[in-house]
Design a protein around this ligand. Structure first.
Ligand code: NAD
Length: 475
């Protein structure tokens, strides 16, 4: 197919590729140029209901699969995933605009790591536990609806699709309308898993499909990854029929440099974590908290870090940061930057507008503001390469500022007392002294960052219903 006229028009429902019934289309855009490569035909509520019906019909067969069969499904996915890895990396590079090295070294390998982590959990998980003479059984919850965002188009979906297989649940996946090309490949990979027909379904769509899926009576569980605004709406819809709901939402994660920490090294680490993936990570360290005495030193390092980011087209060697993922988000990010300037926060690097020489496509300038804890740029998620430095006066003050947020997804604490400070930060995950992400550990947020966890046994529990079987005492 001509790369310039790609058309995606099929959902995967009931074990088959079927044409979309909806009328809406979305363009498939390359964010590094803004060029349209084709379009996708989105589904509508009818497509969503067809997928839910197919999943419902597969529920008994999926629940009856043995541990060994589920291990076999994961092994098939692994084989297909490995075979498509190179292609997947190229498509993510083109679709998201992430630099080639990031696609090859992070976006695609995390899928393999997830397969390994979920495989290990499946190997050991006790689906039935003895409790005295009784049994506690962890049974598949039923049809799962999994709604994804676009910023980690493999890692995000794999983290919610794979546990459905581990638990024995049929599923309907709605990828983001901005990640349909990688979504197509991932669907082709899951189609090779050998699951019972209907156990895995994919429907392309936006809000209409999402709402229909979340509202469908036969659905037992909804896992939503996206913005707090849409997440709130999804939770309300799901509550109407008492669905179990997991919400993985946004963040404004603090990076706390404690007294005694190596300031330059810490600020550098914060910048590196933030600017990766163009700042489009839910857990990006976007608020840098430094002792007031170290503010000038921190500003100098942060400014130099922002100004030295190598930006450009994702296929160019040496590029560290590509464009913002799509036009709508690009506009929202520019609005955020302008609001920061308007409110008078001190701008020390970057700001609104395009980086020099990158006027085409959706490029944003790596930006650093210095602000107080209440500023717009301290309180709102930019979901882009925007750091806010906030000075603090004491460790107690630092903890109070870190917690003065509607979000609570992740936090990063550096310094000799980091381990003591970590439990006092209101966040679902705290990284101490540079510890990196572990996909086997529960991940999720508090406050407006979400409800529930993904990854690890805590993530799996969302897909399982507890049944107590009371047995008579032995005579
Ligand atoms: P979004 O809320 O705009 O969209 C998320 C998904 O919801 C998409 O698939 C979209 O089509 C769907 N959707 C839109 N309206 C809907 C409706 N009415 N009913 C049901 N579904 C609907 O978010 P986004 O732009 O895709 O993602 C960015 C946000 O996601 C950021 O806030 C980011 O921090 C967050 N995020 C969180 C995590 C996490 O694990 N906590 C991971 C990645 C991204």
């Amino acid at each position: 197919m001509n790369q310039n006229t790609q058309v995606l028009s099929e959902h995967f429902i009931g074990g088959q590729w079927v044409s979309a019934q909806g009328q809406a289309q979305v363009p498939l855009v390359r964010p590094s140029t803004g060029q349209s490569l084709g379009h996708a035909n989105l589904g509508n509520a009818e497509d969503a209901h067809a997928a839910v019906r197919a999943a419902g019909a597969a529920a008994a067969a999926m629940a009856a699969t043995t541990r060994e069969q589920r291990q076999g499904f994961l092994a098939n996915i692994l084989q297909a995933y490995q075979a498509r890895s190179g292609e997947l990396a190229r498509v993510i590079e083109d679709e998201l605009g992430a630099p080639r090295t990031l696609c090859e070294q992070l976006h695609v390998p995390v899928g393999l790591m997830q397969l390994q982590k979920w495989g290990a959990l499946l190997q050991d998980f006790a689906f039935t536990e003895a409790r005295g003479q009784h049994q506690v059984r962890h049974q598949p919850v039923g049809v799962c609806v999994l709604i994804s965002s676009w910023n980690y188009p493999v890692n995000g979906p794999m983290g919610v699709l794979l546990p459905a297989i581990v638990a024995g649940c049929p599923m309907v996946w709605k990828p983001s309308e901005y990640a349909l090309r990688s979504g197509r490949i991932l669907t082709e990979i899951f189609a090779q898993a050998g699951l019972p027909d209907g156990a895995f379904n994919m429907v392309m769509g936006g809000a209409e499909v999402g709402e229909a899926l979340v509202s469908a009576r036969e659905v037992a569980m909804v896992s939503f990854t996206g913005s707090a605004k849409v997440g709130q709406h999804v939770a309300q819809r799901a509550a109407a029929s008492f669905k179990r709901t997991v919400l993985e939402l946004g963040g404004k994660s603090p990076f706390v440099v404690l007294p005694g920490a190596p300031t330059a090294q810490a600020v550098q680490a914060c910048a590196q974590g933030l600017f990766m993936n163009s700042g489009q990570s839910c857990n990006a360290p976007s608020r840098l908290l430094v002792p007031r005495a170290d503010l000038d030193a921190a500003k100098a390092v942060a400014k130099a870090a922002a100004e030295s980011v190598v930006m450009g087209a994702p296929d160019q060697a040496g590029v560290q940061m590509g464009p913002i993922g799509h036009a709508q988000h690009d506009r929202a990010l520019q609005d955020f930057l302008e609001a920061g300037v308007r409110e008078g926060s001190e701008l020390i690097a970057g700001g609104p507008g395009r980086p020099a020489g990158l006027e085409r496509g959706y490029y944003a300038r790596p930006t650093v503001f210095v602000a107080n804890a209440q500023a717009h740029v301290s309180q709102h998620e930019a979901f882009g390469p925007v750091m806010t430095i906030i000075p603090y006066d004491s460790v107690e003050d630092a903890i109070a500022i870190a917690n003065d947020s509607e979000f609570g997804l992740s936090a990063y604490v550096i310094g000799p007392a980091a381990e003591e400070v970590a439990p006092r930060i209101q966040a679902g995950m705290v990284h101490v002294n540079g510890a990196t992400m572990d996909l086997g550990m529960p991940f999720g947020g508090v406050k407006q960052s979400g409800i529930g966890r993904k990854f690890g046994p805590e993530g799996l529990s969302a897909y399982l219903e507890v049944q107590t079987v009371l047995l008579p005492a032995a005579q």
